[in-house]
Design a protein around this ligand. Structure first.
Ligand code: CA
Length: 226
């Protein structure tokens, strides 16, 4: 498990680092929001973090503002807020901003462990419908696809087609299978309709590092592309 801890309190950071290391987890420790941002950017291509633990009072800003921005790009990665701000209104605000859980300092490490375990169970359920290819991510459960961490603006049909292509990539997706899969989802699945979805998707994938190749008479392949 790879996780990120955003925490400027050296004692807490050290205690949690040691604790998680003994469990064999890979931890990226960030003491500022700026560092957290570059960690997130560096790990987008490798699928990101399984969990982010976020303090709120940080030297270069408020963790909640960072969280709001992060949630604009990533709705899936679980975020647990760890903060001394313990009023009901603080916790409500944290959860509304996009935290999946909120633990007030001072905290017991075994309570943190239990909450982390619960978040991981939930995360694994959602990740069942998570597909990656190159710099593309496709989140079935959320109905969102990302290219280089940016949301792709897709219609529901284009989203389905992209999911089918990524599911096969870089192998061939037979046109017939594509049409059958669309028909099962009650989308229009004529040859013309499929060609339209593909040509729209092709334009939207420009700059994604992937491209749709047509194998005339057979179907389509999603391939890596400079
Ligand atoms: Ca702090």
């Amino acid at each position: 498990m790879r996780l990120m801890l955003i925490e400027d309190d050296a004692l807490i950071a050290r205690e949690l680092s040691l604790h998680w290391q003994t469990q064999g987890w890979v931890l990226d420790l960030c003491t500022t929001l700026k560092a957290a941002q570059s960690c997130v950017e560096n790990h987008t291509e490798t699928g990101g973090y399984e969990l982010i633990v976020l303090d709120l009072g940080l030297p270069d800003g408020d963790g909640l503002e960072w969280l709001a921005q992060f949630r604009g790009r990533d709705r899936l990665t679980p975020v647990l807020v760890l903060s001394a701000r313990g009023q009901v209104s603080d916790r409500v605000l944290g959860l509304q901003t996009g935290a999946d859980d909120y633990l007030v300092k001072p905290f017991a490490v075994n309570e943190l462990d239990a909450r982390v375990a619960a978040l991981r169970r939930r995360g694994q359920l959602t990740r069942g419908e998570l597909l990656h290819f190159g710099r593309l991510s496709w989140l079935g459960g959320e109905g969102v696809a990302y290219s280089n961490g940016q949301t792709l603006e897709l219609s529901p049909r284009e989203f389905e087609v992209l999911g089918l292509l990524i599911g096969r990539a870089p192998r061939l997706l037979a046109k017939r299978n594509l049409m059958e899969a669309l028909a099962e989802r009650e989308f229009e699945a004529s040859e013309n309709a499929v060609e339209t979805y593909i040509s729209r998707l092709r334009r939207k994938l420009i700059g994604s590092g992937t491209a749709i190749r047509t194998m005339r008479g057979f179907g389509y392949m999603l391939v890596l592309h400079d």
